[in-house]
Design a protein around this ligand. Structure first.
Ligand code: UTP
Length: 228
């Protein structure tokens, strides 16, 4: 299978760099790459917000803040590449064509952001569409997609499955400010809708669960119903 994994910066760098987690994630990525073609898109996490916030205070425009965010995502990509070792590319591809070449060459592709105006969730959805992925995994620090923010509401319920139109509707009013994307950004949702890439949202902190989702075993998360 061709698998694209979007790994949220919030699990790579929750407050500080989670080296133990990155090491374990890298081990799993290496293991999975023996059976599947794997590409990973890393988010910016705390590092992105740490830099975006003062830049915004200094008066930087949102596009400038996005560019700062992209730098953070690439920093995380390099860190993950270092943990993965020889199979990974050293320089995070900035374009899908470069990523595709490395993917076809047999590399375990690790990349961050591409252009301002969206998050790495959109990058992963576009990359999945570009390489014709069989599966897109969105791994964040939440167990899937809930009917309301589970961090704020105790009675929030997780969807086992969610129709893509409902997901698009849910996120259409969400912020598109630099470093402020929630759940998934609207572009990512629209790309998942049009490409029909099979898409699953899971908690990436639970690596066994992540592996189960990829291998078609029982897992906790949310499957997007998009005809894929
Ligand atoms: P993330 O993908 O980490 O955004 O990129 P996020 O969803 O806000 O944060 P996580 O997933 O919880 O870590 C960090 C920021 O970098 C910019 C955006 O401003 C984004 O919020 N970015 C990233 C882009 O502008 N373009 C990209 O392709 C990627």
């Amino acid at each position: 299978m061709k698998v694209v994994i979007s790994v949220g910066g919030s699990i790579l760098v929750p407050s500080d760099i989670d080296t133990a987690y990155i090491k374990d994630f890298a081990k799993l990525a290496n293991e999975l790459s023996n059976k599947h073609k794997i590409a990973i898109v890393t988010g910016g996490g705390r590092t992105a917000r740490k830099y975006i916030s003062p830049a915004r205070e200094f008066g930087a425009s949102e596009i400038f803040c996005d560019m700062i965010g992209i730098s953070a995502t690439r920093l995380n990509a390099r860190l993950l590449s270092a943990a993965i070792g020889d199979k990974a590319n050293m320089e995070p591809p900035r374009e899908f064509m470069t990523a595709m070449k490395a993917f076809d060459f047999g590399k375990l592709v690790v990349m961050g952001g591409t252009h301002p105006g969206h998050s790495t969730d959109a990058v992963s959805a576009l990359l999945a569409e570009y390489v014709g992925a069989d599966l897109l995994i969105n791994a964040s620090d939440v167990d899937g997609i809930y009917d309301k923010d589970p961090g704020k509401h105790k009675d929030a319920k997780r969807y086992e499955r969610i129709p893509i139109d409902k997901l698009v509707d849910m996120v259409k009013s969400y912020s598109a400010g630099a470093g402020k994307y929630e759940l998934v950004d609207i572009l990512a949702a629209k790309i998942i809708q049009r490409s029909k890439t099979r898409t699953i949202f899971v908690n990436g902190r639970d690596l066994k669960n992540l592996k189960n989702a990829i291998e078609g075993k029982k897992f906790t998360g949310t499957v997007v119903e998009n005809g894929g």
